[in-house]
Design a binder for this molecule. Structure first.
Ligand code: 8Y4
Length: 292
């Protein structure tokens, strides 16, 4: 798959490492360098140096893509301005693009960020709003970036209050089909699109596991499937462990997804996930019939 100027090899399953620049991200808990003082001021900004260090380590561990995000989708998270998101995300994008051999993904919904990130060399837009904000489809079409379209029911903040579906797999597939059509109509090439069921985004535990168990259905759309379950509550509730102890459970879910046809796994624990996906690749190579 072409991601801006870079080529991404999807003949084998790949890992997208999560690089968060938000002060309240669940799982780096300040490891990325929020001082108590700057966090208290609300003026937190991850140092580019610290982010670059983590990025280097994830590339060494085998990540093919790094996902750089500045907006938190946690319930109750304060919405941030375009300006603030730019200040968090763009310096990190630039630092990685100029120094590391990896595809940079920008986790954003905003057309201005999409354009700026593309100009700096980011190759992929990872949008939890599936490019539904005004001007987002057009921004992607202009830049030649690839895009991941994710399903979400509701908006961050309220999405987990009482999610309901007639048939979660069918509803998610229909939504993604419609967003793929909209993207193509706006001039985004089909071969630059990825789809994602959006685990945890307006879904109960049961919805999440139904989607995982029937992930094959999504591959039927003929586009590469990306999944993100790393350390999420769908793992935590099953293993009954806090976020920092969910690596093994997350890897198990990643393996299930890849054997169910997923091509990219968004993960915090890159080294462990890369090993697991290499084992998956060894299995998939030997499967008879039409490919994974
Ligand atoms: C612990 C750690 C608990 C992280 C919750 C979380 C996805 C995504 C997110 C996803 C795609 C998250 C940006 C939520 N999830 N993008 N982004 N797919 N494409 N929560 O599933 O990681 S953020």
């Amino acid at each position: 798959m072409q991601c801006g100027a870079r080529q991404l090899d999807l003949s084998v399953p790949q890992v997208m490492g999560i690089l968060n620049t938000t002060p309240d991200s669940f799982s780096d808990g300040g490891r990325l360098g929020a001082t108590g003082e700057s966090a208290a001021r609300g003026g937190f900004r991850v140092s580019v140096d610290q982010a670059l260090h983590q990025a280097e380590s994830m590339v060494r561990d085998g990540a093919a893509i790094l996902d750089v995000g500045g907006e938190s989708t946690r319930p109750g998270a304060r919405p941030i301005s375009v300006q603030e998101e730019m200040e968090r995300v763009l310096p990190v994008v630039e630092a990685i693009v100029t120094r590391l051999d990896v595809c940079v993904s920008v986790d954003t919904s905003k057309p201005d960020i999409i354009r700026e990130a593309a100009a700096l060399g980011a190759g992929l837009v990872n949008d939890v709003r599936a490019l539904q904000l005004e001007g987002a489809l057009e921004a992607v079409a202009e830049t030649g970036m690839a895009a991941c379209l994710m399903h979400m029911q509701g908006e961050p903040g309220h999405m987990q209050s009482d999610p309901r579906y007639d048939d979660v797999c069918r509803d998610v597939r229909h939504f993604l089909e419609r967003r793929v059509e909209a993207a193509e109509a706006a001039g985004v090439l089909r071969n630059r699109l990825l789809i994602d069921p959006g685990f945890g985004f307006g879904k109960t535990l049961d919805h999440n596991y139904q989607l995982l168990a029937q992930l094959r259905e999504l591959s039927r759309l003929g586009l590469p499937v990306l999944v993100g379950m790393s350390r999420k509550s769908m793992i935590g509730q099953v293993v009954d462990r806090p976020v920092e102890e969910r690596a093994a459970g997350s890897v198990a879910a990643a393996v299930a997804a890849v054997l169910g046809g997923a091509r990219i796994v968004r993960a915090h624990d890159v080294a462990e996930t890369v090993d697991a996906l290499r084992v998956c690749a060894a299995i998939l190579e030997r499967k008879p019939g039409p490919g994974a």
